[in-house]
Design a protein around this ligand. Structure first.
Ligand code: URA
Length: 234
């Protein structure tokens, strides 16, 4: 596509105004000033106007949400309970959750209107490690941590290898970090139940390289360009 049409189609200005910007040296393709008419933009080219990148599909929105307790991972609820849709209500695009978190689980949930990305991220072939911080009842022994790492039977299904790290052991409870690739229904809770430590609280802190960080419960943030690239390349 011709560069002037490309700029106009991106909603920056008219084609005629785009010609002026080009002639004045305000337009770059892949970091190189383009000040002649009639140059074509190819797929994957990075186009800058006045130092701002305008290439890419701007209709796609990617956010990280910190889901609070008692909020359901769905866009509406027939019982009128709070949903994750409420958290992103000020975003005009209709976003959908990527996978789900239990009603009683808090933490990182991705939401997007990019159906292709949702499909790849939730496809078993691409499943990335998801990391949770679990507060569990009682004392958790090394033998139990090892079992969790190697795989436990959660009712007709043996879990695949997990990364498990004891964060702290208190007299009546323990805090454990666990990363799993699968996403069976209530999997983390079932895994701890299988070794005899009931989960009291569960929070997802990471999805692959995407981190919850300091995002407050009930809030969202837009993913960075680097995070979006990372997800698309999984
Ligand atoms: N495992 C669970 O048990 N619950 C979740 O919400 C996610 C993983």
């Amino acid at each position: 596509m011709r560069i002037n049409k490309y700029i106009a189609d991106a909603g920056i200005c008219s084609r005629r105004k785009a010609d002026e910007l080009i002639a004045n040296g305000n337009v770059k393709i892949n970091g190189v000033v383009v000040d002649v008419m009639g140059v074509d933009v190819a797929e994957g080219d990075v186009v800058e106007v006045n130092g701002r990148v305008i290439s890419g599909d701007h209709s796609k929105v990617y956010v990280a949400v910190n889901k609070p307790l008692g909020v359901i991972t769905s866009m509406e609820d027939d019982r009128d309970r709070a949903t994750v849709a409420d958290i992103v209500a000020d975003i005009p695009e209709r976003l959908f959750p990527v996978g789900r978190l239990d009603y009683n689980t808090t933490g990182l949930l991705l939401m997007t209107n990019d159906g292709q990305l949702t499909y790849t991220l939730t496809h078993p072939k691409h499943e990335v490690f998801k990391t949770y911080e679990a507060r569990v009842e009682g004392v958790i022994s090394d033998a139990r941590l090892r079992k969790l790492r190697n795989g436990v039977d959660i009712g007709g299904f043996v879990t695949s290898p997990a990364r498990v790290r004891l964060i702290k052991q208190m007299p009546r409870y323990a805090v454990v970090e666990i990363s799993i690739r699968e996403g069976k229904n209530r999997q983390v809770r079932k895994m701890f139940a299988a070794v005899g430590n009931r989960v009291q609280a569960l929070k997802r802190t990471r999805i692959g390289e995407i981190r919850l960080g300091r995002l407050k419960e009930g809030h969202y943030r837009k993913l960075t360009k680097e995070e979006i690239e990372y997800l698309k390349n999984l």
